[in-house]
Design a protein around this ligand. Structure first.
Ligand code: SF4
Length: 243
């Protein structure tokens, strides 16, 4: 049965999916959905803002940049239907946080435990680059989402954009810039910020530019997730993925 928190997150998801606050991103997400990539020409793209997804009682939150044009903007679920998602959900499965190692479509049976996956900007941006005003316009959705996810203790920031967005988010929920240390801590893979209500941990984004070049390997993300789980006081045995 869906918990009260789960119901509220579903209501938020339907509100998010109707947002049209950023004219440039609305035009782009819908153009991509109309034109489609040849490999997906017979599919109906989602073409709307993509809500967060996961366990309403999560202690870990994974924060990405924005939906990929032919990934989440096509399937309607974060990191679903592209190589970044294959890499990320494979890691979540090995860490015991996902019920299966792949994420192909909404309704594919994937369930997450102790983790919520979302992005700083909820609409696919051209060239994966949201404008600062678009990032700021999307922040209130993150504030409401985090407000409902009251068990979250650790935010895994997938890339420098997400790290910066998480600092803004912490400032927004914690009463302003004074909630942040000075100087602002910089993003690095493995960087940790502790001391407030939320711990932040930086992780290279699981984009193909990073995973195909070996900048981010499976063992690197596995180690980072184990660190995040320890910070969230969620020890668990990783899956044996050898069989
Ligand atoms: S990026 Fe965020 S604020 Fe802008 S249209 Fe999409 S959901 Fe709305």
């Amino acid at each position: 049965m869906q918990s009260g928190r789960g119901n509220q997150l579903e209501l938020l998801a339907s509100e998010v999916a109707g947002c049209r606050a950023c004219p440039r991103l609305v035009a782009w997400r819908e153009q991509v959905a109309r034109e489609r990539r040849a490999a997906f020409i017979s599919e109906e793209y989602w073409g709307r803002p993509v809500p967060g997804f996961g366990d309403p009682d999560a202690r870990l939150l994974l924060l990405g940049l924005a939906p990929a044009a032919h990934g989440a903007n096509r399937t309607g679920r974060m990191f679903t239907g592209d190589r970044s998602g294959d890499f990320l959900y494979g890691a979540l499965w090995r860490a015991g946080l996902a019920s299966q190692p792949h994420s192909r479509a909404r309704g594919d049976g994937l369930a997450l435990t102790d983790v919520w996956v979302t992005a700083a900007v909820r609409c696919a941006p051209p060239a994966n680059r949201p404008a600062p005003q678009e990032r700021d316009r999307c922040l209130p959705w993150s504030v409401r989402e985090l407000g409902l996810l009251s068990e979250v203790r650790v935010i895994v920031c997938l890339g420098a954009f997400a790290w910066d967005a998480a600092l803004r988010l912490i400032a927004a929920v914690g009463g302003g810039e004074s909630a942040l240390p000075r100087p602002r801590p910089r993003f690095a893979h493995g960087a940790v910020l502790e001391g407030g209500r939320y711990a932040l941990i930086g992780c290279y984004h699981p984009s193909q530019q990073n995973t195909f070049t070996g900048r981010l390997t499976e063992s690197m993300i596995d180690g980072l997730l184990q660190r995040a789980l320890a910070l969230a006081e969620l020890p668990r045995a990783p899956h044996d993925s050898s069989g």
